[in-house]
Design a protein around this ligand. Sequence first.
Ligand SMILES: Nc1ncnc2c1ncn2[C@@H]1O[C@H](COP(=O)(O)OP(=O)(O)OP(=O)(O)O)[C@@H](O)[C@H]1O
Ligand SMILES: [Mg+2]
Length: 264
Amino acid sequence: MLELKNIYKTFNPGTINEKVALNGVSLSLNDGDFVTVIGGNGAGKSTLLNAVAGTWFVDEGSILIDENDVTKLPEHKRAVYLGRVFQDPMTGTAATMEIQENLALAKRRGNRRSLRPGITKQEREEYVSLLASLGLGLENRLTSKVGLLSGGQRQALTLLMATLKKPKLLLLDEHTAALDPKTAAKVLSITDQIVNRDHLTTLMITHNMRDAILHGNRLIMMSEGKIILDISGEEKKKLTVKDLLEQFEKVSGEEFANDQALLG
Ligand SMILES: Nc1ncnc2c1ncn2[C@@H]1O[C@H](COP(=O)(O)OP(=O)(O)OP(=O)(O)O)[C@@H](O)[C@H]1O
Ligand SMILES: [Mg+2]
């Protein structure tokens, strides 16, 4: 579903701020793979997702989504393949619009006749059932303005919107990091539910090693623009946070910052 072949990205080349952010990354995801991505600050995790999304072009290497070469495709054209959710609950939804209007926007994404006003009864029923599946009571609040929702409710809604058109790839960049632990756990369980229901191929960055172990069928660890660990299947199920810390130190020769969030 996703094939990254030896990609490189250097920011500000030839200047004092030169930074090699991706240093020869190859990665191949099968249909339905749910991959968690961990690594220290500045390891290149967000850059990896941005490379896939086409925020800019990579310097070298190629990117295929479902066998389509998108390496030179601009971001807006790649968007048809992708659903994305970011860390900040304010970014994925339009605060001044109603819940149902936000969903309708997501539904009409990529449609030429997207300015058609009004939401049909059938659509409303679809939204009610999708919202009900979140278990947050939002199905009774279709006409509430999104700005009134909590951060967790907004992230859950953003997830629904990002997955409404069943994207080929779902990209999650620490989408629960701004939430309190209980809400984060709820949004993660909703994430599991949607990914499993629609069999979505997913890349999920997290700072929390426990979450990285608990979710998905495969885990990759990045350091200095490289993938330094790639564990899947039964081996992943047996992982512990201690294993991950040891592996990191062994492979990279450094120690993870003693960051509580990181340790989970
Ligand atoms: N647009 C940009 N311009 C310049 N440098 C950038 C840009 N984006 C990322 N970088 C640099 O590339 C490196 C990798 O950044 P990236 O955001 O991918 O890290 P990360 O693994 O997501 O870290 P974090 O856990 O802090 O989010 C960092 O040194 C960062 O400063
Ligand atoms: Mg990041």
